[in-house]
Design a binder for this molecule. Structure first.
Ligand code: ATP
Length: 229
């Protein structure tokens, strides 16, 4: 589903590369944690999948396509296959829970009847039924992240990328978010999650890819967090 083929990426010609000669293959339906010290290249890895950045060398394949060579008019179609969740939720503050999730479908031109049907379904899936009309600032951090996950998943993308999704949450709330991501993964969605959350990684026992200085230094199935910060 995702393949990095000798990928090196530098943000500028003079900068030290953020990723160096990375070879990673992620199959459809896998759940992968990206771990590593701050600045090791985790977010850069995710940005390359999403084509927010294009590799300086090597190729990134998503669903069989070399995303570095994708023409710009095809990028929206690529991004429709990928949901993204961030540490800071990034909800639209002036829209309700329902409107935040519906908006993700409206911008890609889904008919109103589809929006009306699928938004309540996904809000039920993430455990937010009954809170449809709240504003983001009337929700807890965990609930806000559930809205963000609903928004990322409402279009049923093949891939969900999560950059430190539990970074702003307390441990108990984080467990709930991880259960939700696990449930989404069980529907067949491939998940790649960058994290510093050692408890989460150790509890889930999924594949762990560790980066250090932009290089892959460990790739372990049913892995643990495995290094001290
Ligand atoms: N937009 C950018 N422009 C220039 N350099 C960048 C940019 N984003 C990241 N970098 C550099 O690339 C390297 C990798 O950064 P990246 O954000 O991928 O690391 P990370 O592992 O996600 O870190 P953290 O855990 O702190 O989020 C770092 O040296 C960083 O300073």
């Amino acid at each position: 589903m995702i393949r990095f083929d000798s990928v090196t990426h530098a943000y500028s010609k003079t900068a030290r590369p953020a990723l160096v000669d990375v070879d990673v293959e992620i199959a459809k339906g896998e759940f992968v944690f990206l771990v590593g010290p701050s600045g090791s290249g985790k977010s850069t890895f995710l940005r390359l999948v999403f084509k927010e950045e294009t590799p300086s060398k090597g190729s990134v394949f998503v669903a069989g396509r070399d995303v570095g060579r994708l023409s710009s008019w095809k990028v929206p179609a690529l991004r429709r296959q990928i949901g993204v969740v961030f540490q800071d939720f990034r909800l639209l503050p002036n829209k309700t829970v329902l409107q935040n999730v519906a908006f993700a479908l409206e911008v890609i031109g889904k008919p109103r009847s589809t929006v009306k049907k699928v938004v309540p379904e996904v809000l039920e899936l993430v455990g937010l039924s009954g809170k449809e009309n709240r504003m983001p600032d009337e929700l807890s951090g965990g609930e806000q992240q559930r809205v963000a996950i609903a928004r990322a998943f409402v279009n049923r993308p093949a891939i969900l990328l999560a950059d430190e999704p539990t970074g702003n949450l307390d441990p108990t709330t984080s467990v709930g978010i991880m259960r939700l991501l696990d449930r989404i993964n069980r529907t067949g969605t491939t998940i790649v999650m960058a994290t510093h959350d050692d408890d989460v990684v150790d509890q889930m026992r999924k594949r762990v890819v560790e980066l250090d200085g932009g290089r892959v230094v460990r790739d372990q199935s049913r892995g643990v967090y495995g290094y001290t910060r």
